[in-house]
Ligand binder design. Structure first.
Ligand code: HXC
Length: 255
């Protein structure tokens, strides 16, 4: 399918997605969200891909949902279009997604970054939920993900004010993994590292960590255990353990 608002490419075992609506700071209209999700799902199904990288072209990662498009929305039109169904599909991507962000990361753009697994940011990045200033609120997980990440009291200050948070602060609060002067190099280096890790272990680790956010400790631990057992069906488990005993480096993902 032709993509209007994203660019995709596969390099080694890395599936790259670049937001590409630069004239609008990569503001997310519905078509663009659909294209992002479909690109992620395509890479998720592709056995040659181990890890997905999401970055934004132009001056910013993304300034959020397309306000022009949203102006026309009504409760009924949204109920019928169900725009968040596409966002839910992002939560179901099983491979690790690394976001490299810069410039403005606002509203839906911030929610998109928070839906990824690892986030690296340029030092000048500004994060925020400005929705309150438009008379609305985040709708694609912002209130939930930010609150689960930094706690209710701290999250509410950002959500109530719409203030922009600097990259350093986002790092301090644990919202992102790291501020880095060269986001592109950092995300690609991390993607390269992960692409050499055992892919089934990566996806089951991600799955278990996601369960930790949703489930009670006991339910989460039971889920973890199932995933642990499952990994003993992989060639990478044999390879990893044999390599250790033979005092050599393992080579994972051998077909
Ligand atoms: C539509 C947008 C846009 C957006 C920027 N543009 N953000 N268009 N939706 N979210 C457009 C501008 O209209 C402008 O178009 C062009 O991009 C450049 O933006 P400027 O404002 O001229 O640039 P600048 O002065 O540098 O300011 C950058 C900015 C500002 C701080 C990012 O554009 C801004 O505040 N944008 C809106 C941010 C926001 O409120 N986001 C939350 C959206 S609500 P023209 O045609 O004039 O060149 C949301 C809800 C999520 O995300 C719900 C779940 C999906």
């Amino acid at each position: 399918p032709t993509q209007q608002y994203v660019k995709t490419e596969m390099v080694d075992r890395i599936g790259r997605i670049r937001l590409d609506r630069t004239a609008r700071y990569n503001a997310l209209n519905r078509t663009m969200v659909r294209e992002i999700v479909e690109a992620m799902e395509t890479f998720d199904r592709d056995e040659r891909v181990t890890v997905i990288v999401l970055t934004g072209n132009g001056k910013s990662f993304s300034a959020g949902a397309d306000i022009e498009e949203m102006l026309e929305a009504t409760p009924i039109s949204m109920e019928l279009l169900d725009p968040f169904a596409d966002w839910d599909r992002i939560s179901r991507i099983k491979k690790p997604i690394i976001a490299g962000v810069h410039g403005f990361v606002l509203g839906g753009g911030f929610e998109l970054a928070l839906a990824c697994d690892l986030i690296y940011a340029d030092p000048a990045t500004q994060f925020g939920f400005p929705e309150v200033g438009l008379g609305v609120m985040p709708g694609a997980g912002g209130t939930q993900r930010l609150t689960k990440c930094i706690g209710r009291t701290r999250a509410l200050e950002w959500l109530f004010t719409g203030d922009r948070m600097k990259a350093e602060e986002a790092e301090r609060l644990g919202i992102i993994n790291r501020v880095t002067a060269d986001v592109e190099a950092t995300v690609l280096a991390m993607a390269e590292r992960l692409s050499n890790q055992p892919s089934m272990a990566l996806r089951l680790i991600k799955d278990a960590a996601n369960k930790a956010v949703d489930l009670s400790l006991q339910d989460g631990m039971e889920h973890e255990r199932r995933n642990f057992y499952l990994l003993f069906a992989t060639a990478d488990q044999t390879e990893g353990m044999q390599a250790f005993l033979e005092k050599r480096s393992p080579i994972f993902n051998q077909q």
